[in-house]
Ligand binder design. Structure first.
Ligand code: ZN
Length: 418
């Protein structure tokens, strides 16, 4: 358990690269049929397998059994590439080098045949940082390379890669890994690690990792380090991540859409009793409304990459929510939440503030008078208490149904553990 999960589970073959079959299948086919280009551009979000795939491509080309789509992983060339000891496979980070001097150096090294391998492979990371001057120094070798030379340019920002590179490479676009695929991958790693993980934890990890395998594994690493002896539980994971579960956000939006005060304040109760910070919840809820506003305004917002990565079923749920609430109401609620977040700064009763803010969101016609809000709030809360299965145990307020509502004297203020 000493090295990071990401390093221990770094893919060694194309088959092990998660969620990029559109790239790995094409590369494997090219290797099988011998239709290899001399320069590739791998683009895509961080932590999605670009550098790993570049190394696997280098191993495929140089494996003693190769060139092969399935490098053996045990020959000197495969091991050398994996450990970074290979003389013929060089990784250069264009961001940390000006790459002007390096480019001249590269050009000179490119003229020498490989030391032991079949091919000399240059992997240029952060290729969007390569300047025109630097690339011009390389242009001749990239355009008319000796037969033993291969280039792999990798970048998170393909649009910023100078056109002279792009036009001379085969471009493969890596993608964020879909949540379902990532979840399966994480589950298999947990199994290999021999840790019991509450099934509800993995979606949290997937959300925190936002489609990046590397980020997801580093989140999982952190959670496993803080796990209990009998495994990783949902409550612990939520606390460690400081996250609001999306289910709570769904329930809140649904309650607001249906003007269901009981459901709304039950969510607040869940938020607080689960140990979430009401401010964090309000922030996450505001972000959710931002996404819903964008969805209402741009029907294909997801395809345009305007939303964070959500699973398709979550997108469907949110589309229904955006339609149920309506654009004007979405905008107003976001304003109420935003204003409320400012008010929540430094408050000694964040829960009370959260309830007031949600009451304001729930009752558009309500006056801004706190007493009126508290009265309505209490009425709503009592309704939620009556709807709860065991009111006496969790809501002492229920035992005083006749208490007069009022600021500071009602059950809300008197009996709630703020
Ligand atoms: Zn090999």
């Amino acid at each position: 358990m000493s090295t990071a999960l990401y390093n221990r589970y770094r893919p060694a073959t194309f088959a092990q690269v998660v969620g990029q079959e559109h790239v790995t299948d094409a590369l494997r086919k090219a290797l099988r049929t011998g239709r290899l280009h001399h320069a590739y551009l791998f683009s895509g979000p961080r932590g999605c397998g670009k550098t790993s795939s570049a190394r696997i491509l280098a191993a495929s080309l140089n494996c003693e059994q190769g060139p092969t789509p399935e490098p053996c992983g045990v020959c000197d060339e495969c091991v050398g590439i994996r450990t970074g000891a290979s003389m013929d496979v060089t990784e250069i980070d264009a961001a940390s080098h000006g790459l002007v001097d390096d480019a001249r150096d590269l050009r000179e090294r490119a003229f020498f045949a490989p030391a032991s391998a079949r091919f000399k492979v240059f992997v240029v990371d952060e290729a969007h940082m390569v300047t025109t001057a630097a690339f011009n120094a390389l242009l001749k070798v990239v355009e008319e390379p000796p037969p033993y030379l291969k280039f792999v340019f990798a970048t998170t920002e393909p649009d910023k890669v100078i056109p002279t590179i792009r036009s001379r490479t085969h471009h493969y676009a890596f993608r964020l890994v879909p949540p379902g695929v990532l979840r399966t991958h994480l589950a298999s790693i947990c199994e290999q690690e021999g840790v019991t993980v509450d099934p509800a934890v993995l979606p949290l990890v997937v959300r925190a990792g936002a489609g990046s395998v590397r980020d997801s594994l580093s989140v999982l690493d952190q959670l496993l380090a803080g796990a209990d002896d009998d495994g990783l539980h949902y409550d612990r994971a939520v606390t460690l991540l400081g996250m609001t579960d999306g289910v709570l956000l769904d329930e809140t939006v649904d309650a607001l859409a249906q003007r269901d005060g009981a459901a709304l304040f039950t969510v607040v109760d869940k938020v607080v009793s689960a140990g979430h910070d009401p401010r964090r919840f309000a922030t996450d809820l505001l972000n959710r409304f931002r996404d819903l506003i964008v969805m209402a305004a741009v029907p294909d917002a997801d395809a345009r990459g305007l939303l964070e990565s959500f699973s398709p079923d979550q997108i469907d749920r949110m589309r229904a929510q955006a339609a149920a609430v309506g654009p004007a109401e979405l905008s107003r609620t976001a304003d109420v939440l935003h204003g409320g977040l400012v008010e929540m700064r430094g408050t000694t009763s964040p829960r009370l503030m959260l309830e007031l803010i949600l009451a304001r969101a729930l009752l558009p016609a309500a006056s801004a008078d706190p007493a009126a809000l508290l009265t309505r709030l209490e009425r709503l809360e009592r309704r939620s208490v009556l709807a709860a299965p065991d009111p006496a145990a969790s809501h002492p307020a229920a035992s005083h149904p006749a208490s007069a509502p009022g600021v500071g004297s009602g059950p809300v203020a008197a009996n709630r553990p703020f």
